[in-house]
Design a protein around this ligand. Structure first.
Ligand code: ATP
Ligand code: MG
Length: 316
């Protein structure tokens, strides 16, 4: 991510200033990087609207639906907006770690140490190239976590408890889940306030959703955990395919209350960006993919805020 370069115009858009202000504040208009964004925000005192603390989990038991591409870009974009963000890579593949420019195998500690040995999460958290985006990296050590959790007391609540002490430090915790069905993902569901389910517009994804919703119902009944918000986001959508249009119609018919209006279209820039170790907003912020994730994020933030206000009003 060190290679991310912004134009003065883009930095102006991000912080909500004029290009002139950006150049005057930073003293130059070219070769601007992530550190410059942080300096600019401080100097111009352009901070984001406060937001209720969120723990947002990107999960689908099915593989390859875009959990990592979307969650890492989503986390990066929140940090661009000026929020304090912690991204947690739950997947032994370490793809979210890679997407944020780090190499999982270079870290000796992961969430495994936190959940199994109760190491404080701060001790396994590392910096990324973006000053207000921290990362809990993952590597192969995470692959045995379900087995290691099995005999432990309070095995479903370990992540939730581990996050409690850092609650005040971050506005958003973004979790990228592996495509599996076990105790780690149960921990993630128990910790999350919001669940974001990336799906492909095909009928296999549609079947997978049923299993996920059954699991969530089980959580509510057996472990009394209620997710505050659930969103389904259609990823890699190509409207020229009849099957994709039909699958989207089926989602609209059965999951209307959860389905986001915004979809993420098919975009080859995701693969290129991840191979550069960079979220799509740092790689090409004008791409279709970046534009679509921007729309998804704005819709999620808006819906979360509306739900929080409605809950407050009901409680008042
Ligand atoms: N909108 C998109 N358009 C085109 N390709 C995409 C899109 N989103 C993701 N991809 C590509 O699809 C592949 C799978 O994406 P990704 O790794 O984000 O999925 P995942 O759900 O995290 O997978 P896993 O289940 O293995 O963790 C990657 O090669 C990625 O570059
Ligand atoms: Mg993934």
């Amino acid at each position: 991510m060190e290679n991310v370069r912004y134009t003065a115009k883009r930095l102006a858009e991000i912080v909500g200033a004029t290009e002139k202000q950006v150049v005057a504040t930073l003293g130059r208009k070219d070769g601007l990087g992530l550190g410059d964004l942080a300096v600019l925000r401080e100097k111009l005192e352009k901070f984001p609207e406060p937001f209720p603390h969120r723990i947002q989990l990107f999960l689908n038991f099915k593989g390859g639906t875009g959990k990592t591409s979307i969650s890492s870009s989503y986390a990066y974009r929140l940090a661009e907006r000026g929020y304090r963000v912690l991204m947690i890579d739950l997947d032994s593949q370490g793809h979210a770690t890679k997407c944020l420019g780090e190499e999982g195998s270079s870290f000796t500690r992961t969430l495994h140490d936190v959940l199994i040995r109760r190491v404080p999460i701060d001790e396994v958290t590392v910096k990324t190239g973006m000053p207000n985006l921290a990362l809990v990296p993952a590597n192969l050590a995470m692959s045995t976590i379900d087995l290691a959790l099995m005999p432990l007391a309070g095995r479903e609540f370990r992540l939730r408890n581990a996050l409690e002490p850092v609650r005040a430090k971050y506005d958003f915790v973004v979790l990228d889940a592996p495509p599996s069905f076990g105790l780690l993902n149960l921990n993630a569901l128990m910790a999350a306030t919001d669940l974001v389910i990336p799906v492909l517009a095909d009928f296999l994804s549609y079947d997978g959703l049923r299993l996920l919703f059954e699991t969530i119902q089980g959580l509510e009944q057996d472990l009394s955990h209620q997710l505050e918000n659930i969103f389904i986001v259609v990823n890699a959508y190509n409207q020229t395919y009849k099957i994709a249009r039909e699958a989207l119609d089926a989602l609209k018919a059965h999951y209307a209350e959860y389905l986001l209006d915004s979809v993420v279209r098919q975009c080859t820039k995701f693969a290129q960006a991840s191979s550069e170790g960079c979220p799509i907003f740092g790689y090409d912020w004008e791409s279709k993919g970046a534009n679509d994730i921007e729309a998804v994020q704005l819709e999620i933030l808006e819906r979360v805020r509306a739900a929080a206000q409605a809950a407050d009003a009901a409680g008042a």
